[in-house]
Design a protein around this ligand. Structure first.
Ligand SMILES: *[C@@H]1O[C@H](CO)[C@@H](O)[C@H](O)[C@H]1NC(C)=O
Ligand SMILES: *[C@@H]1O[C@H](CO)[C@@H](O)[C@H](O)[C@H]1NC(C)=O
Ligand SMILES: *[C@@H]1O[C@H](CO)[C@@H](O)[C@H](O)[C@H]1NC(C)=O
Ligand SMILES: *[C@@H]1O[C@H](CO)[C@@H](O)[C@H](O)[C@H]1NC(C)=O
Ligand SMILES: *[C@@H]1O[C@H](CO)[C@@H](O)[C@H](O)[C@H]1NC(C)=O
Length: 942
């Protein structure tokens, strides 16, 4: 009987030692003159600066799970504390949190693939940087050496400084000795300098860490987007992620961390083996025309070429470091001599014998589409010439893409009408190079086969990736990752050591948001050195439409009489096809195993990792917006992700812990098992009438809109601005500037500058649902006989939409369907669904009339013009007199989208006339928008 006492004794013991050791790791984003403290149970504990800027501490846990980090001065006084409370979880000890930053990992999925990669793309040891997190780098450099660099970026351009470097990732810390150098030429003109560290020992297989400042543009995305575009067409270039940079006391801000194209990169990315024999490589600066100038270095020493990597074992070079450059230039010159008047395949074959033509043509397409005015084609620089000993061929490798997505910047190097003339897509850089040099590219494009291949690549690239639909998700994901750090970064420039010479830009959060979308940042010399003439999406839209016209015409022989069959040899020149399958009803079973990350500490089983197996039957549509979820988006698209209270998908604690929305993904704490099986087949045929009416806007729009609970945010997803007197911008931010209160200002969610007399053109789209079949297999056959029409808009309900289409859903006060407390609790609208889990058998007689003001509208003529690249199509002239009356129950009003370029069930109809709504819910006029999958309910279709 003795043994029976044992379990009892153990449980007593467990209760007694319930206090656990909790470990905290946090990265400071301030200089070394500050420390970090842990605020727990209202006490502040100074943390240990283990490897600055990483601070750690361990405490015995108490009753509360909540804590915060605070900023301390050197006397230990609290200077500032974090805005948000944190919650300790089993994950906390194993990650490096960042002061004043959410624990965020944003998966950045690659762009759609146009072609398979031409080269190997990495090894186990040398992988692309992880762009789902933001790294932090701190360098402690010898002050005098570092001062020489920062105060004399041009004077002391060959100098270096000795440093120790701490490089911190989400889970690791690396400490190295390193030498610091300045990089770039133009980038030295800016106060926020660009840097390179040569390390004593590799990090991530790299001997060098390179940090590009992107000081000249307001998005910090241009370089990264170009990198992803090259990847999409299979052209090798550096990988790129984001990092914060602090050197000594200088907090520089957010940078792109990129690879250098040295031996380690070449062996791993080009040859797929870190032990591969690599060849000689040259870096180039403007003026590297590739003309043959002689055999040795002195012939080429005009500042355009620099030997980067030398192959000491090159059997042909005989110790001449410039042999490979000279050899290539000479071979190319000979090729021109022999084949310039030869349009046959033999000319192409001869070139491909010694040169990787396919790689360059793909690169040229991206350069034309992004208007890369500082790279190979337009500026004969920023590319490497590499002799690939494995293939015995030369190749060109692009790098440094900050001069992209800007257009011509009115430079005389480019034609004035560059955006009006589709042929600009191939002749854009004819006069752009130093001395209008057109030697290399001119000789290439002289061949019809080569030119045709360029045209085909351009068309494939535009069809598959270079369009707003395909690139926007990437832009939005990067925004999600960097937005907070970008704003922090902008604010640092005036706090930076003001003896550092150089230009500054004072960009704002609005500049950032506007410029990743459709807004330019105007030239304003009192504030900024650099304007940005095109928003990223605006540029992509404009250029893709122009070049699609070019490519289609060119392929149809409009620009050249000869139609030659293309034959460029390549290992992977065929376009990859992606098949998208869309299923209406999803029954997903998610099994998630949450285990502690594999850290070095195997001896601390403080809390046995809980294995959560949650089975979720989703009858909620899957979100089509990357990383977004919640009542407005649907369930997280990826398996195993949690939907945070702010409607973002992810796996961190912030996503899966408090406020996690179990209807839209998994959650840490709750096993939600819903066993309702349901099959819904809906066939909807829609008829559309578009009428443009000119209405007088009446001033008082008193709809009950909730006040936003998210700082500075407003709009359909957040509610009204919380502060008095603020305007809600078209991008859903609160503020008082013109950008907030002027064009696009949303009067429902704040005040606006508009005076009441302004006449606005409003688009009304009427959709008539003619047929609807719903097959439901449900356990509980609740007889819900509603006189209210069923909503045809996914997840929407309420006076404007009707009842929730799916059984068992509640209609929230904001007119969204769902099953959470937010939907079924306070404000739940029983006419349009169930409330508090009680089905509404009450047959509502109340036919809610929501038509606000009925204005007799003027006769208007809408002329819709749809232009496809080759043929002018359909000119529909709809003439209609509408005296708007309260219409019958079947007639439903689809709201006009308030989100720029977005449409579809979650956004409404395209705001602009004559636009189509693509299957991915973007507005536009291309075939991709108006062709297969086009949604007639939300815009035009072919
Ligand atoms: C910097 O490091 C180099 C070797 O890496 C060394 O030769 C030099 O003396 C160092 N300079 C200082 C000031 O420590
Ligand atoms: C840096 O160099 C010093 C002096 O050579 C050496 O003692 C130290 O261990 C090195 N640190 C690292 C992290 O390599
Ligand atoms: C085709 O060639 C003929 C004669 O060389 C020329 O007159 C004509 O303009 C060309 N057509 C196009 C579309 O370039
Ligand atoms: C942990 O490490 C083991 C062995 O290296 C590996 O099989 C497993 O996938 C790792 N788990 C995680 C979560 O990384
Ligand atoms: C778990 O469920 C309880 C009620 O069952 C609820 O109060 C709590 O908020 C839920 N937690 C999460 C993370 O969903």
């Amino acid at each position: 009987m003795k043994f029976e006492l044992l379990p009892f004794a153990l449980s007593c013991l467990t209760a007694f030692i319930k206090a656990e050791s909790w470990k905290f790791n946090v990265v400071s984003i301030k200089g070394p003159s500050y420390d970090i403290g842990l605020k727990y149970n209202n006490e502040v504990l100074k943390m240990e600066p283990s490897e600055f800027p990483l601070f750690t501490t361990t405490i015995e846990s108490g009753s509360s799970n909540n804590y915060k980090y605070v900023l301390l001065d050197k006397d230990g006084n609290v200077v500032e504390e974090e805005e948000n409370e944190r919650t300790y979880t089993s994950e906390t000890s194993s990650i490096n949190e960042v002061y004043n930053r959410e624990n965020k990992v944003v998966d950045i999925p690659p762009l759609p693939k146009v072609y398979d990669p031409l080269f190997k793309s990495g090894t186990n040891k040398y992988q692309e940087y992880d762009d789902s997190e933001i790294y932090t780098l701190y360098a402690d450099c010898i002050e005098s050496e570092y001062n020489d660099l920062k105060y004399g970026p041009f004077v002391n351009n060959e100098k270096t400084a000795n440093c120790t470097v701490n490089f911190i990732t989400r889970t690791e810390t690396y400490q190295r000795n390193a030498t610091l150098e300045l990089i770039g030429y133009d980038s030295r003109k800016y106060k926020k300098l660009s840097w390179k560290f040569k390390l004593s020992k590799k990090i991530f297989g790299r001997k060098t860490l390179k940090f590009r400042a992107g000081a000249n543009e307001p998005t910090l995305m241009r370089d990264k987007l170009s990198v992803e575009l090259y990847k999409s067409v299979g052209v090798p270039t550096y990988s790129s992620a984001y990092s914060r940079v602090i050197i000594n006391d200088d907090v520089y801000g957010l940078y792109n961390i990129v690879d250098t194209l040295g031996t380690n990169w070449l062996s791993s990315i080009i040859h797929g083996n870190e032990k591969a024999h690599t060849g000689t490589s040259y870096k180039t600066y403007a003026g590297a025309s590739l003309e043959y100038l002689g055999e040795t270095q002195k012939d080429y020493s005009i500042g355009s070429y620099k030997l980067d990597e030398i192959d000491e074992d090159d059997p042909e070079a005989n110790g001449n470091n410039y042999y490979r450059l000279a050899h290539f230039a000479k071979t190319y010159a000979n090729w021109i001599d022999q084949y310039q008047n030869d349009q046959s395949q033999a000319a192409v074959d001869a070139l491909e014998n010694f040169f990787n033509l396919e790689s360059l043509l793909r690169q040229m397409v991206i350069e034309s589409l992004t208007f890369a005015f500082d790279d190979f084609w337009a500026n004969s620089g920023n590319y490497a010439l590499y002799y690939n000993p494995e293939q015995s061929k030369y190749q060109i490798i692009p790098y440094d893409f900050d001069g992209t997505f800007h257009g011509s910047k009115s430079s005389k190097r480019f034609d004035k009408d560059y955006l009006e003339n589709p042929e600009n897509c191939i002749n854009w850089a004819d006069h752009a190079r130093v001395n209008e040099d057109n030697y290399f590219v001119g000789a290439l494009l002289n061949h019809d086969i080569i030119r045709n291949r360029y045209n085909v690549i351009m068309k494939d690239t535009i069809d598959r990736v270079f369009n707003v639909d395909s690139i926007s998700p990437l832009i939005e994901n990067i925004r999600n990752l960097i937005e907070v750090d970008v704003v922090w970064n902008f604010g640092l420039i005036d706090e930076l050591d003001n003896e550092i010479p150089g230009y500054v830009n004072h960009y704002t959060h609005e500049d950032f948001i506007g410029n990743i979308n459709y807004d330019r940042v105007k030239y304003n010399p009192s504030v900024n050195r650099n304007s940005a003439d095109f928003g990223l999406k605006q540029w992509i839209k404009t250029r893709s439409e122009e070049c699609q016209t070019y490519a289609v015409n060119a392929i149809n022989g409009e620009y050249n009489n000869k139609t030659t069959t293309t034959s460029i040899s390549t290992t992977a020149a065929t376009a990859t096809t992606t098949t998208t399958t869309t299923t209406t009803t999803t029954t997903t079973t998610t099994t998630t195993t949450t285990s502690k990350s594999n850290n070095t500490n195997t001896d601390t089983p403080t809390s046995t990792s809980s294995i959560t197996t949650s089975t979720i039957k989703k009858y909620i549509p899957t979100s089509t917006v990357p990383s977004r979820c919640g009542p407005e988006y649907g369930a997280c698209a990826r398996e195993g992700q949690c939907c945070s209270k702010y409607n973002y998908c992810g796996t961190s604690d912030a996503h899966c812990g408090a406020g996690c929305q179990s209807e839209f993904g998994i959650c840490n704490n709750n096993n939600t098992t819903t066993t309702t099986k349901k099959t819904t087949t809906t066939t909807t045929t829609t008829k559309k009438t578009t009428t443009t009416t000119t209405t007088k806007k009446t001033s008082t729009t008193s709809r009950k809109i909730p006040t936003s609970t998210v700082s500075s945010r407003c709009g359909p997803e957040y509610g009204a601005c919380a502060r008095e007197g603020q305007c809600c911008s078209k991008y859903n931010y609160c503020g008082t500037s013109d950008a907030h209160c002027g064009t696009g200002c949303q009067s429902e969610f704040g005040i606006c500058n508009n005076n009441n007399t302004t006449t606005t053109t409003k688009k009304t789209t009427t959709t008539t649902t003619t047929k609807k079949t719903t097959t439901t297999t449900t356990k509980k056959t609740s007889t819900t006989s509603k006189k209210i029409p069923t909503s045809t808009v996914s997840s929407r309900c309420g006076p404007e939409y009707g009842a929730c289409a799916l059984e068992g859903q509640c209609c929230s006060k904001y007119n969204y369907c769902g099953t959470s407390d937010a939907h079924c609790g306070t404000g739940c609208q029983s006419e349009f669904g169930i409330c508090n889990n009680k089905p509404t058998t009450t047959t509502t007689k109340k036919t809610t009339t929501t038509t606000k003001k009925t204005t007799t509208t003027k006769k208007t003529t809408t002329t819709t013009k749809k232009t496809t690249t080759t043929t002018k199509k359909t000119t529909t002239t709809t003439k209609k007199t509408t005296t708007t009356k309260k219409t019958s129950t079947t007639s439903k009003k689809i709201p006009t989208s308030t989100v720029s370029s977005r449409c579809g069930p979650e956004y409404g109809a395209c705001a602009r006339e004559g636009q189509c709504c693509s299957k991915y819910n973007y507005c536009g006029t291309s075939d991709a928008h108006c062709g297969t999958g086009c949604q007639p309910a939300y815009g035009l279709c072919n």
